[in-house]
Design a protein. Sequence first.
Length: 762
Amino acid sequence: MITSFTPQGLRPSFKRSDLSVRRLNEKFWWQFLPAGLATLVVIVLLQFGVCQVIETTLCHALLRFKDPIPDRFQEWLWLALLSVGIGLGGWLPRWRFRYQLMTWLSLCLGWGALSWLLGASGSQIPMAAPMLLFGLCGSAVTLTESVRTYVLLRQSEKRYALALCGTTEGLWDWNLRTDRIDFSPRWKEMLGYEAHELGDRPTEWLSRVHPSDIDALKLALADHCQGQTPHLECEYRLLHRNGSYRWMHSRGLVVRNRWDRVERVVGFQTDTTERREAEMALQRTTFYDALTELPNRVGFMHRLQQTIDDTQTHSTISFAVLWLDIDQFKLVNNSLGNTLGDRLLAAVAQRLKSFLTPENTVARLGGDEFAVLLPQIQYAHDVTHMAERLQQLLSLPFNLDGREVFITVSIGIVLSSAHYTQTEPLLRDADTAMHRAKALGKAQYQVFDRTMRTRMLLKLQLENDLRQAIAQGERYANMMGIAAAPPRHPDHWVPEACADRLAASPDLSSLHQSSLHQQLQIYYQPILCLTTGLVVGFEALARWQHPEQGFLPPAQFIPVAEESGLIIPLSWWVLRAACRQMKQWLTVFPEQRFLTLSVNLSSRQFSMPGLTEQIQQILRETELNPANLKLELTESMVMDNAAHVVDVLYQIRALGIHLAIDDFGTGYSSLSYLPRFPINTLKIDRSFVSQMDTCLDSLEIVRTILVLAHNLGIDVTAEGVETSEQQDQLLEMQCEFGQGYFFSEPMDVSAITQLLERQQPY
C-alpha cells in the first residue's frame, strides 16, 4: 500500500493493478466465468452444427460407426451441457486450481472412454460435445489462472522493487546452482557503488571481506548450509570504495528444493559501523585510561581475572603482579604544575609499554599508580629482577620542556597462589606490599607476605581505635565541661591545704568523678627554672590508655595519626583540653600566674588556613590568658617555608602567645632566618643534652646554641636532663630552664596539682 499526502491527511490510494488483483481474488463471477464462457461456446457450436460434424467424423474415424447419432440426443443435449457446465462451473471454483484442472481433464478423458466402450458394445451416446465442453472448461480455467498469476506476479515485482528502494538493508540472493548473486542497489550503495556497478559473481562480495573476517564468514555460510545453524548470522568488515572498511552484519536463510537440496541463500546486510565505533569508544572509555592510553583499573582487573581463571584450570601456570607508585609525585605536581605532571605520567606509561613484552599487561590504576601483570613466570627471583629493571628504567631522566625530571618508584609484588580466586584480594595485597616498600624508605620493592597483611590490619584497627578515642575525649569534654585526663585512681590523695580551693572549683573537683574508661589522656611534664628550682611551666603530652593493648607511648600512635590525618583533631583536642586545665590551675593557684603551658603544633595543623583565628577562639572558650600559653614548633616546620612562616608567627605573637622552636639543632637550620622569627624560646634537643657529660662535641653544640640564643635575646630550655652533672653544666653555661626525667617524668592532673600545692608560698 502506497500513501499519498492530501490536505486532509494521509489517505490510502490504490493503483489500478492493486484494485484488479483484489477484485480477482474476491469476486465469485471471476471464478465462475471460465466454465460459463466455455459452456456458451459449446452450445453455440452445437446449434450451428459444428459439434455434429465433429461427432460424425469421430464416429467414422474412431468407432467405425456408419450411422450418425440419433436425433433424440440432439434435442436435449444442449440443455444437458448447459446444466453440467453451469453446475460444475459454480461448484469447482471452491477447489484449488490443480484440483479443478484434474477434474476437468478427468471428465474429458473419462467421457471419451465411456463413449468408446458403449459404442463398441453397440450403444451410441454423444461424444464430441461433452468432451469439447470439459476440455474447453479446463483450458479456460488454466488460462484464467495464468492471467491471475501473471497479474499477481507483476504486482509482487512492483512491491519488491519498492521494498528494495525503500529499505535501509542491503539485500542479496545467491543462486548456488548458477553461482550468481543478485545484489540490491542498497547493498552496492553501502560500499559506495552505483546500482549498475559491480557484477553478480560471489567474488564481488567475498573478495572485499577483511582478511581477518573471511574465514568466519565462510564458516558461518557452511554451517548454515549444512543445517547446523537455524539461520546465517555473521558480522564482518567490507572494503568500501574509498579504501576504508565498514562493519556489516549479515543475516540469511537457505532455500531448499523438494529433494531438500540447497539451491539458494537469501539474506540482507546492515551497516553497523557507527554502532561498532560507539561500542569501541565506550569500551575504550570503560577499560582504558584517557591520559596514558593504557588499560585502567577496570581493564586491568578484567585481564587479571582471566589470568587467575587460567591458573585455577592449569596449576602449572604462575603469574605475578607488580604495583608501582611514583615517590613524591605530589611534589612534581606542586613544583612543575599539573600539566607537566600529566605529561610525566604519559611518559612513564610510554616507557613502561615500550620496555615490556606484548604478553605482559601494564595499566594505570589511577593517580601516579601503575600495575604490571607478568602472566608467565617460572621463578620468584625473575619477578624481583624485573622489579629492579623497572626501577632502573624509571630512574633515567624524563625530558619535559627542556627540564630533566628524575623520579623513583616503590614497588609491591604479589606472586600467584591457589587462594587468590578474585582480583580484589590480590590487588589489595599488592598495594599493601607497595606501602611497605614506601615505609622502608621509598625507591624499594617488597614481596608480599602474610605478616604485612597482619601489620596493615593492626594499623587499620589502631587508626579506628584512635578515631573512637578522639571522639570519646570530645564527648567527655562537652559533657563534663572539662577535657583533661582523669586521675590515675579515683581515690587519689589531695592535699588538705587546697581542699577548700577544690570545693570552690567544681570543674577541678570533677576530675575525681570522671570516667576511668576515658582513653586519651594528657600528661604534663614540668619545666623548671635551673637557678631557683621552681616549676615555671609544663609541656602537654598526649597519652593513650588503649582498652586492649594497655598504655601506648606516643611513638606508637602519633605516626598513625600523622599518616591518617587524625593528628589535626587530636592536636586541637590537646590544645583545648590543656588550655582549659591550665585555666583551672591558675584559678586554684592564683599566686603562680607566671606559669606557662607549652603545647606542640603539628605540621599539618600549622599549614591550615585560619590557624590564628582557631587559636584565638580556643583562648576565648577557655578564658586562658595568652601570656600563659607557649606554642612549640619543630625546626623543620618553620624552615620548610620560612618566608610564609614569618607572617604566621607574627600573627600568633600579636595575640600575646609565646613561641618556641622545639628540638633545635636537629633540623635544617638557616641562621639567617632566626633573627627574623619572633621566637621567645629555643629548646635544645635531648640528643645533645643527654650526651654532654660523655661527648665533647655535644657539649660544644649546646654551648654554641646558648651563646647564639642569648645574643639574640632568646631564652633556652634544655630537654632531656637526666643527671645532676648535666644540670650543673647547664647552670654553668647560664641556661635558663631545664626539662627531663631528672626533675620529673610526665604526670597526670592529680600529681601536678599536688606539685603546685607543695610549691605554694604560705
